[in-house]
Write a protein that binds this ligand. Structure first.
Ligand SMILES: Nc1ncnc2c1ncn2[C@@H]1O[C@H](COP(=O)(O)OP(=O)(O)O)[C@@H](O)[C@H]1O
Ligand SMILES: [Mg+2]
Length: 216
């Protein structure tokens, strides 16, 4: 596959279960070494780079399944996101301000254990944690999975809002319609290959995409 994400854009990656979406994100982040090919970030080769390096360069990652540290408080979870740059006090205060302003609910619950949050709140926390290093590009894996419809809307609105602050997103979603609605560009992945790509608005209109991938 060949895939590109522009600065300050939302790029959607949709496709059925098992297509390889999560594996792609893990390869970019440095969790899974690719067997071939290369990965560039801002023109710099990051193929098989360890994750602390990809994060240090400006990548953020929100894993599938809203994985948080259940026995740590909300605030401690966010501190873990800051970890690679934890000594940067100015960043720490900027990052907490940003995350708590985007997600006031997290501020209200900052002393609560993450394991006692609702599913939607845990997803906010997982996204917030990825924002703590002020990433240039955030890879988000299925943020809407298992969330109530109103929370799904909130997650997508938040991603769209964060794009306005200058952050780029690679958004993996089963909820393809919602993803294409906020994305600038989109790829349809099937069995490890890019099957279709184009401006998100155009893909939304294509009959094949609507029938096969969007179930419309
Ligand atoms: N660690 C692994 N070892 C072997 N196969 C894996 C591993 N992780 C995922 N796979 C397989 O790779 C394929 C792509 O998986 P995945 O990237 O999770 O797909 P998606 O996120 O699109 O649902 C699937 O067939 C899956 O079973
Ligand atoms: Mg997946």
């Amino acid at each position: 596959m060949s895939l590109q994400v522009g600065p300050r854009t939302i790029t959607a990656l949709v496709g059925p279960n098992g297509a390889g979406k999560t594996t792609l994100l893990k390869a970019v982040m440095g969790y899974v070494p690719p067997t071939s090919g290369r990965i560039l970030f801002g023109g710099q080769a990051i193929t098989s780079s360890p994750t602390h390096r990809t994060v240090g360069l400006g990548l953020g990652y929100v894993p599938q399944g809203r994985i948080v540290f259940p026995h740590m408080t909300v605030q401690e979870n966010l501190m873990m996101g800051l970890y690679p740059r934890r000594t940067d006090r100015a960043l720490r205060s900027r990052a907490f301000d940003l995350v708590y302003s985007v997600f006031p609910r997290l501020h209200e619950r900052r002393w609560q254990h993450a394991g006692t949050l609702s599913g939607g709140e845990q997803q906010m926390l997982a996204i917030g944690r990825a924002l703590m290093t002020e990433p240039k590009l955030v890879l988000v894996d299925e943020p809407s999975l298992g969330l109530a419809p109103n929370l799904v809307d909130l997650v997508f609105e938040t991603v769209a809002k964060l794009k306005e602050t200058g952050t780029a997103f690679l958004l993996v979603e089963q909820n393809a319609v919602a993803a294409l609605e906020i994305a600038d560009y989109a790829y349809v992945l099937d069995l490890g290959h890019i099957h279709l790509e184009g401006p998100a608005g155009e893909l939304l209109k294509k009959d094949e995409v609507r029938q096969v991938y969007l179930g419309l």
